[in-house]
Write a protein that binds this ligand. Sequence first.
Ligand code: VGL
Ligand code: ZN
Length: 257
Amino acid sequence: LLDEKQDGKIDREEFQTCWLHWLRQILEPKSALVIVDVQNDFISGTMSISNCPAKQDGNDVIPIINRLLENVNFECVVYSADWHPANHISFIENIKQREIHHTSKVTGGAAKIYDTVIFSGPPIMDQKMWPCHCVQDSWGARYHPDLKVVDRAIHITKGTNPDIDSYSAFWDNKKLSQTNLVCELTQKAITDVYVCGLAYDVCVGSTAVHSIEHGFRTVLIDDASRGVELADINAMKQKLIKTGAVIVDSDRVADMV
Ligand code: VGL
Ligand code: ZN
């Protein structure tokens, strides 16, 4: 930049932009904590991750997240909730009622729980089958009662379209529509996004990937997240690192914010 000027000086406007704006942003991060899907059904309800292959316990994230909320001064706190209508495409219970052609990617035949099936279109779609969970307004869809919910938080519901699943708190799985999360974060001039919650390899990971795609510095809080399948958790970690996210434990976060 300096080399381009004959007199070696940068003009006032460049100074404003480069130094006051960008440098301030680098030196003064504004951080958001995004708490993904810490809902009853994922902890002790129909889709308890303790029954899932990795046999992790969703309860474990609650004290860690509560401690972060008490000890770290986040600019804003976001809670997301999986919020499905009863006829949602991801529920194995609905696979017959929907009367659409499907084949299991795994067996090529009738789908079982946790199978990925291909639904005939439009749009032709890969969909992992889950037990009925997080039905709108049900007990299972509520935040776990022990989770601290701070005042003036942003609450995001997702997965409300019966025909499209939505793992991330930003986009649905087909990227056909967005929640208003990116607008909310942009309005607050958020630079850094910290993601945690349930499930690591599904909604937490997807949210972090989309956060990076939106240009936020993105940090996944490892010990404040629990997942479904060990192989998928590890694959998600690799993807996150490759995409440019940082993975840390919660005791590091206070120093970063
Ligand atoms: C989730 C599976 C299906 C999650 C939501 O919150 O991780 N997983 N729907
Ligand atoms: Zn869901």
